[in-house]
Design a binder for this molecule. Sequence first.
Ligand code: NAD
Length: 425
Amino acid sequence: MVVKQRPETSGPVANVLATALSQFDAAAERLGLSEGMRSVLRNCKRELSVNFPVQMRDGSLRVFTGYRVQHNLARGPAKGGLRYSLHVSLDEVRALAMWMTWKSAVVNLPFGGAKGGVIVDPKSLNATELEKLTRRYATEISIIIGPDEDIPAPDMGTNEQVMAWIMDTISMHRGHTTAGVVTGKPVAVGGTLGRSEATGRGIQYIVEEVARANGINLQGATVAIQGFGKVGATAAKLLSAAGLKVVAVSDAGTGLHNASGLDIESLMPYREDRMPLSESKAGDLLSNDELLALPVDFLLPAALENQLNGENAGDVRAKYVVEGANGPTTPEADAILKERNVNVVPDILANAGGVVVSYFEWVQDLQFYFWDEIEVNEKLHKVMTQAYAAVAATAAEHKITMREAAMVLAVGRVVEAARLRGIYP
Ligand code: NAD
């Protein structure tokens, strides 16, 4: 009997785990996996919950809750980001850890999947509180992270400064610099050139591959991007520099639209919520719902989960959806988009540039030998285009969507590793 990992809570957060499990179930069915193997992969191997105190600026003591979840380690050490957000929940972290397993596998990295998070609004803390919270959380999860075990990286609400504090905390515990314990660090403390832009650059390479495969002229092709953070703003900058017309971008507050193309360079001071986009005069205001329904060549949801769902997928008029965020499309939306011939390049492929360059950073840290940015970007291009080609070929061969193909490839690789290690039938 399959032991089913079920979402614990109701509402949008629970949906993320339901989405991840539903995508896995479909791949398991296609691959004809045994009930036992399905149980192994539906569940996360390790789940650490921590409650830890932080003394706040007014002298009071606050207890924060955090998680670190490792989904599967068959292909190597666990790898995955760290999220600071009020919406973090154990179910969300489980889903994101599961997607990391598939993401590393689809781009053929020797990693398993993990994710972490702390329930906190990072903007409500000052720098001292953020550092204290980070160091205490790092100490709590130090029992399961390390260069050989599990390597966190930035995600929503965290950045390279947070990674530097984690690296320093673990290094203090171990008595020597342990650069390989996290990726996405500043270059001055063992980070790699090219990492801060890697996810957006990977998206650019994928957009170029989609265009090449489908005869789309990139010069003047239109793009709408939801989310103007590390992923969305970088993708906007690189795609605009490559000649595409970014007609709309948004943050949590509002969207900006300009049919002639937004001047993305002028919007860079607004990235990562440094200023609200609503204060910019670069375009007309539009809602996030309106942005998702714009008639563009490429729609990039690059903010958060569940943005394309059963209620609004019928309104999507983009030709291609390239998923910058993790889990932006629910299974209901997937079915509607498939029916309407809107092609979706799935998150586990489209936004994998970040973990690919994180892998490069980890390799460089282990060797204490650093590459120049051209080398990093060339290697990233090779990995992304090879993965795109493998997914596209699988999709064409089996007449399935890119998401279904990516999942079949990824789950198949994880299962192969598990079997070769002699663990499972
Ligand atoms: P970020 O915190 O830097 O930026 C998030 C952006 O989304 C901000 O502009 C914010 O205002 C916006 N946003 C938040 N809520 C919104 C809403 N309801 N509607 C519209 N916009 C909203 O985060 P990020 O690192 O850019 O991550 C974005 C997504 O990409 C997440 O799903 C993350 O897991 C995924 N991702 C990130 C990386 C990475 O390297 N940072 C890699 C792969 C995937």
